[in-house]
Design a protein around this ligand. Structure first.
Ligand SMILES: [Zn+2]
Length: 84
């Protein structure tokens, strides 16, 4: 089973191939449940293929903030050790 990247529905590869509901993009084969989904993808393939990495990246900046608050105290102790 493949997944329709447009509507996130499960799609049978053979059924999709039978109906020509397939698109090739950057060496990857995409299967669709309907002609509507295939057209949406063909019109803006980047919108669907880049959506997931963009969401992961958007969640990343929240992580370093707590670490930045913890690092200043450790730097102070390092300076005290360097100057006897
Ligand atoms: Zn679909």
């Amino acid at each position: 089973m493949a997944r329709d990247i447009v509507c996130d529905m499960a799609v049978d590869e053979e059924t999709a191939a039978d109906k020509h509901l397939i698109s090739l993009f950057k060496g990857q084969t995409y299967y669709f449940c309907s002609e509507d989904c295939k057209r949406s993808f063909d019109a803006q393939p980047l919108r669907y293929t880049q959506e997931k990495p963009a969401q992961l990246y958007a969640g990343a900046p929240a992580m370093p903030l707590p670490k930045a608050q913890q690092s200043p105290p450790s730097q102070e102790t390092d300076q005290q050790n360097l100057s006897p």
